[in-house]
Write a protein that binds this ligand. Sequence first.
Ligand code: ZN
Length: 160
Amino acid sequence: MAGENSLIEELYQDVILDHSRKPHHFGELADADRTVDAYNPLCGDRIKLFVDLNGDGAGVEAVSFTGAGCAICNASASMMTDLVWGKSTDEALDVFECFHRVMMTPMTEELAESDLEALGEAAAITGVRRLPMRVKCATLAWHALREALTNNEAGTVTTE
Ligand code: ZN
């Protein structure tokens, strides 16, 4: 996409660039219990999320993604998989809520320190709020995660 690199450089976040160039947990999970196809028509991001739940379904055994997202989408998905891997389902949903709350906070408002701490590296993505058109790129994988954790059926997510 034209201007993609300069756009990301504007965010001054090397960590976003690193994750977008070499996304973590990129690839299919053969034994995934849940798969979610997620599409962001605003940008054209298309990813597939794979979640392997542990035996009793109360935790994220493994998580991965494939697809063709823009750099912000891929970086955010990569960070998300790092964050929720090995967490209980409740903890993973808490992290989703935290990320969602932060991304919906206007740039003019201060973010809660506890939220930024909970997000770790993914806190870097919060700068995307300066680019309102790209917020859905950042949240796509996270909405797919919530779908995977809360819906027994293999799902699809389309942001609007
Ligand atoms: Zn995008």
